[in-house]
Write a protein that binds this ligand. Structure first.
Ligand SMILES: C[S@@+](CC[C@H](N)C(=O)[O-])C[C@H]1O[C@@H](n2cnc3c(N)ncnc32)[C@H](O)[C@@H]1O
Length: 271
């Protein structure tokens, strides 16, 4: 049973830690993206679907005392964890709001930047999300997204049949929960329809080996997702075990390559 305002991947402790690992291994790409967009001292940043605040903590340091960070998130557990983490670091320039992007208004306005990573893919209406972000930005403000363009690129070389099935099962469950993994292309269209100028649409994809630091990102996802889906009765325990075993075998082979699901980095300017 769901006890939090949950989402497809859950808001349990393991997922909270996985989001931290994910944020860390994507760190270089994300920093590059933020620099290209021009986020800096004094910026006002809206962190949309902020999770437990890993990006918000980075923004707090980047924008400094003259800037402002507003993090919005639906999960009470993540908001609580984020607030505690930010307080521990003494970041006074971040405010957290517990709200649902689909039903609640966004706080304040006139933000210079909106950062939205792996959130549009879970909401029931990406169009409504884009409308809200557009309304919250100042004219000329930038909407920045990291969202999947082609989840189907998630594969192994040499191929592993169970992993292919796993990727299909993830997408099926995601859609059944009301989201759309491949949301980046519709997002581009929605932004263009609202007059946004697409400054960048850059693919981010990685070919990983088991020894790479980033390998732990898909590895932890596979482990947690199999556990969660089995517990919810969405998949057979025997199939989950077969996926695990195949993955463990692939992982012991240093030459194995894992291709990540293709993320599109979008930087778009509000008219
Ligand atoms: C995969 S996590 C990404 C978190 C964060 N953006 C990051 O990159 O670390 C997706 C987040 O979106 C939040 N979320 C999903 N639907 C939401 C909604 N309707 N309103 C607010 N937050 C939502 C979830 O609670 C979760 O924290």
């Amino acid at each position: 049973m769901k006890t939090d305002r949950d989402y497809f991947l859950g808001t349990h402790d393991e997922e909270l830690l996985r989001l931290g690992l994910q944020h860390r291994v994507w760190g270089a790409a994300v920093r590059d993206c933020w620099q290209r967009a021009g986020i800096g001292a004094g910026s006002r940043v809206l962190d949309v679907g902020a999770g437990p605040g890993y990006a918000a903590a980075d923004f707090a340091q980047i924008v400094g005392p003259t800037g402002e960070v507003v993090a919005v998130e639906r999960s009470g557990r993540y908001v609580e964890a984020g607030r505690a983490m930010l307080a521990k670091h003494g970041f006074a320039n971040v405010r957290y709001h517990e709200l649902d992007l689909m039903t609640d208004p966004l706080p304040g306005g006139d933000y210079d930047f909106a950062w939205c990573r792996w959130v549009a893919c879970f909401v029931s209406s990406p169009a409504l999300l884009v409308d809200k972000i557009a309304a919250a930005l100042r004219p000329g403000g930038l909407a920045i997204f990291h969202e999947y363009l082609v989840y189907e690129t998630f594969c192994f070389a040499p191929p592993h049949p169970r992993q292919r099935e796993f990727a299909q099962q993830v997408m099926k469950g995601w859609r059944a929960a009301g989201g759309e993994p491949n949301v980046a292309q519709p997002l581009l269209r929605l932004l263009e329809e609202r007059g946004f100028a697409i400054r960048e649409a850059i693919p981010r994809i990685y070919c990983l080996r088991p020894a790479d630091e980033m390998w732990q990102w898909p590895a932890s996802f596979i482990r947690i997702h199999l556990e969660q889906q089995t517990a919810q009765g969405a998949i057979e325990a025997s199939w989950a075990e077969a996926v695990r075993q195949e993955f463990a075998a692939a992982e012991t082979e240093p030459a194995t390559m894992l291709v990540t699901p293709l993320v599109l980095q979008i930087i778009a300017g509000k008219p």
